[in-house]
Ligand binder design. Sequence first.
Ligand code: HEM
Length: 411
Amino acid sequence: MTTAPVRLPEHLIHPFAPAGRANPHPAYRWLRANDPVHHDAASGLWLVTAHADCVTVLRDPRFSAAQGQRERTRDDALPPSMLTTDPPDHHRLRAPGALLLGPAAVRPLAEGLGADVDALLDRLPPGGRIDAVADLGRPLATAVYARLFGLPAGELKRFEALARAASVNLDPMVAPARAALGRSAAGALTHYLDGHTARATAAGVRVPLTALAADDRLSRGEMLGILNLAVIGGWQPLAEFIGNALHLLLPDRTAVASLAGADEDAARLAVDELLRLEAPIPFTARVTTDRVALDGGVLPPGARVLAVLTAANRDPEVFADPDALRLDRSPNPHLGFGGGPHFCLAAPLVRQTAALLLPRLVGRFPALRGPSGAPDWDQCLVPRRLRAFPVDLGGRPVHVGGRPNDLGGEL
Ligand code: HEM
């Protein structure tokens, strides 16, 4: 017996349709409750929306990441990256990546990043208006890569332009002409990273990038593949996370006040909760290598599956009051960083960086306000991002006298 395909009710807009992208949550809520393993006729994809099922998609070896990413062709001659491989190749590529992004590599960066955050906040016009995306998120993300890669100050603009252009490759549903431009930008980025790595190594610069480059477990192409993936997979999501976070945070004045006085542990909990509610990477792709029965339905072999992380992150089976912002939510098993073998390698770095910025920002500018109108979400699906987020700094900053934040050096 065949069952009729389930369709979204008419009053809900498809989450990939232009009008549905601004607020996909109602459609995902309906799918999670009514058809948690949903065959989407428009895209041919299977949308998996319940938390438990998404965890299975991310962890079970019958869901191939290598096949899930196969549509993402590239023209920079790099070998497959860890994101596009399955075990055992995946482990071989990921293990050395810890030299670049593991906790021991990023912890020593905290003090310098704290100084970068202070310098960034010092530059904001007292009492003025800024765009949180352009004036906070992007320079913060670039500062992070400057520390990881040892980028000279004079090259930051060039690096940022390359990172932005290549980031187009994150969105699997981008128009073909833009995708071609993105692929060519990824090639230019690799070329730049190759030259930079050679120069930094020759100059004896000691940063995570040169530690990775010195590791003989990887070929040069594989090492460059990790750098390329770190930039394309990370620069824009990190940059955009700041705007997304402030959009959630600023209307809730109690949350703002509590974050201003947050210690390191509390700040990290807050970062995870903000990631839960608006994950910059809302879904990730896999292909089934076999028939798989999930709690919410059965998938055939060869099914192209999206684990909809942003839907799982609001699953009431796992999160009490799932649409509410609770900065002290703990435990918080959100999937904003994915899960299983491909769990975001930079999660420690992202938590550390955002936990440095957000408390200092709202501590210095306690009257910070966001816009009153509807948020201006960009059309791109990955990363989920605001086109701009104008923020009123609300009067003169509270003077902190250059005092290092309590987080500095202790992470
Ligand atoms: C808020 C910012 C970020 C978010 C939300 C995020 C999210 C994610 C997610 C969901 C995955 C899993 C993808 C999958 O399973 O297919 C992932 C993987 C990855 N991320 Fe992040 N990421 C962020 C920032 C970064 C940054 C800054 C870097 C590098 C500096 C980075 C490097 C990586 C790498 C290398 C992987 C692949 C891991 C593997 O395949 O084993 N990410 N990230």
